[in-house]
Ligand binder design. Structure first.
Ligand SMILES: Nc1ncnc2c1ncn2[C@@H]1O[C@H](COP(=O)(O)OP(=O)(O)OP(=O)(O)O)[C@@H](O)[C@H]1O
Length: 597
């Protein structure tokens, strides 16, 4: 169950709205005055029509003045043209401003998400993060493009109408206007239900999106385990749920219409009954009564829209709250305010009594101390969950240790900028991430200012050049996200080239576990030799060949170092390492004898 699933039952929150309004600030001077002017012109034009009608009935028709009537008809056409032009410009500028604001929000949101630490992503499924960047931001789009401006137009228009009605004839105006609060009282309960129903619809849609994201990312596992049917029925459930909610919300929404119409009709009844009395008493003219009726016609549309707008505002507010939560989220790994730049390093690394907990009370590392000289290669071995990746995570400062310090060339890595640290510590992950783009771009990811020659030199050094040249467009071959058209071994070689290009003094390598053919294995071993030369390296080692050549092998168990030394020393000791190696040999010889049987 995702965090986003909690129902957004919130009261109106001014603080949130004020914060949303600040996004309009940069545009206050340039665009908003134009929109404001257009809005006032449009509203004034619209509200002047009943005036003209009154004049036409009382003076032109009543006084049989045909020339005046023609003039007034011309005037009405002119006023409508003005109103149309004002609306066209207003909509144009409103859309521009709306898009700019949405751009700003997305920009801010993504730039903050990018700098958040691993802790944040550990707790949230990618789908739920995605939904915030797409759905929630989109739901603000309507508010900023039409919502706010429509609301202002409606307020201006309503205030204008009420003022005119009361000014023309206070008693008749009051009798008609009184129906508005009446309508709100009658429909209050229903409005609340409508609001909740739309909020539920939004929640169901987020759930579909989150699930879709997960389902597409895990499609290979689904197909491998032939779980398509089960997956489909789960998705169908979500889809059905969404449809049902939508139908319910829409039905509720429609039931509001008749209430408004009935109230409108009551308003007309009052107007014509009381108006006729006033005409008979000679207090008002027929033209005024018709003008009144026209104004009432204008009345209900903005009121209805404002009701819907309130619901839209609440949804926008709930979305904004979630967006702001991510915008305000601080990375758990923070740079000190006056963090120094880590000078070019030699590559000496020390772990000093490191204790680390991902979750409070469950230590993943329990007092690790390790000194590594520049240029040494360290193999980290141990059972699954023993803490190998955790050591690496701390060295890159993806997390900060709960206790103890990590030093590089004597500098506590908490005191230096993340950029200066990470640019000197390279990491090659087991599941190499290939971005969509060309092979060349993917290698260049290691150092963006590298020339094409640099890229090719790196690829040649790690023996990736040959297979790249065999691809349809060589270095310009486009690969899709995650590089699914490349084999495991090819992806590894690409990531070696990428790391070599970055040329870090300290290199971390999470060796791929996948078994690859002997030729690729040999090529990878050759590539590794080139890559590791002269660098301090930490290798989460799975291959015997890699482990054997390491200067120091660190054997971990349950977050503690159990043994360390080179291959010969540890074999002579006949301890845990000896047991691991024996087990691996036994596994390899067993599988070989099975292969050749
Ligand atoms: N993001 C996380 N949140 C909470 N606990 C975690 C997280 N990552 C790892 N752990 C826990 O920390 C411990 C050490 O995990 P770690 O990933 O360092 O093991 P490992 O030796 O690298 O294992 P493997 O060889 O399977 O990759 C494990 O008990 C694991 O359950």
């Amino acid at each position: 169950m995702y965090q986003d699933d909690t129902l957004m039952e919130k009261e109106f929150d001014w603080a949130q709205m004020r914060r949303l309004a600040t996004y309009m600030k940069p545009y206050l001077k340039q665009i908003i005055p134009i929109i404001g002017t257009m809005m006032v012109i449009g509203a004034a034009a619209k509200l002047s029509v009943p005036f003209i009608i009154k004049h036409a009935i009382d003076d032109a028709i009543g006084g049989s003045n045909v020339a005046l009537l023609y003039q007034l008809v011309g005037l009405v056409i002119g006023v409508f043209l003005i109103q149309w032009a004002a609306n066209v410009f207003r909509i144009k500028y409103t859309n521009t401003i709306g898009q700019k604001i949405i751009y700003d929000i997305r920009h801010q949101l993504f730039s903050n998400i990018q700098r958040l630490s691993f802790h944040f992503f550990d707790k949230r499924p990618a789908g739920s993060v995605l939904v915030r960047v797409t759905n929630y931001v989109n739901s603000l789009q309507d508010l900023f493009t039409n919502g706010v401006v429509n609301l202002m137009i409606d307020i201006v228009q309503l205030t204008g109408i009420v003022a005119i009605l009361l000014y023309w004839n206070f008693k008749l105006g009051l009798a008609v206007v009184i129906t508005v609060p009446l309508m709100f009282i009658v429909s209050g309960q229903l409005r609340k239900r409508i609001r909740r129903a739309w909020q539920t619809v939004q929640m169901k849609q987020s759930r579909i999106n989150s699930h879709l994201n997960e389902a597409i990312q895990g499609i290979k596992v689904t197909q491998a385990y032939t779980q398509e049917k089960a997956n489909m029925s789960y998705f169908d459930g979500l889809n059905q749920d969404n449809k049902k909610q939508w139908d319910r919300a829409s039905a509720l929404n429609q039931s509001l219409g008749p209430i408004i119409e009935v109230t409108g009709a009551i308003g007309y009844c009052i107007l014509f009954w009381y108006g006729a009395t006033l005409i008979q008493a000679g207090e008002i003219s027929v033209g005024l009564l018709v003008a009144f009726a026209t104004y009432i016609g204008y009345f209900w549309e903005p009121i209805n829209r404002m009701g819907q707008m309130y619901a839209q505002l609440l949804v926008a507010m709930a979305s904004a709250e979630r967006i702001f939560e991510f915008i305000d989220e601080q990375p758990s790994v923070k740079e000190l305010p006056r963090a120094a730049t880590l000078p070019p390093i030699q590559g000496a690394v020390s772990f000093e009594s490191i204790v680390f907990e991902y979750e409070k009370g469950r230590p993943a590392l329990r007092g690790i101390s390790l000194d590594v000289a520049p240029g040494q290669s360290i193999a980290l071995v141990g059972h699954t969950g023993s803490g190998k990746s955790t050591i690496i995570n701390l060295l890159c400062r993806f997390y900060d240790p709960t206790e103890g310090r990590v030093l590089i060339d004597g500098h506590d890595i908490r005191g230096v900028t993340l950029q200066s640290l990470r640019s000197q510590v390279g990491i090659v992950l087991q599941d190499t991430f290939i971005f969509s783009g060309s092979i060349r771009d993917n290698i260049r990811f290691g150092r963006l200012d590298a020339t094409d020659e640099d890229v090719e030199r790196a690829a040649k050094a790690v023996h990736a050049h040959d297979f790249i040249m065999k691809l349809p467009n060589g270095y310009d071959t486009e690969v899709q996200e995650r590089g699914s058209v490349l084999s495991m071994g090819q992806r590894q070689l690409l990531s070696f080239a990428r790391a070599l290009l970055a040329d870090p003094r300290v290199l971390i390598l999470d060796e791929a576990t996948a078994s690859i053919d002997t030729e690729t294995e040999l090529r990878i071993q050759e590539a590794l030799k080139t890559l590791l030369q002269g660098r301090t390296s930490f290798i989460i080692a799975h291959r015997l060949s890699t482990i054997r050549h390491a200067d120091n092998i660190v054997v971990l168990d349950h977050g503690s170092i159990m043994e360390s030394g080179n291959h010969d020393e540890l074999m002579a000791k006949q301890g845990i390492y000896y047991g691991l190696i024996q087990a691996q040999y036994k596994f390899l010889t067993d599988s070989e004898s099975m292969n050749f049987a």
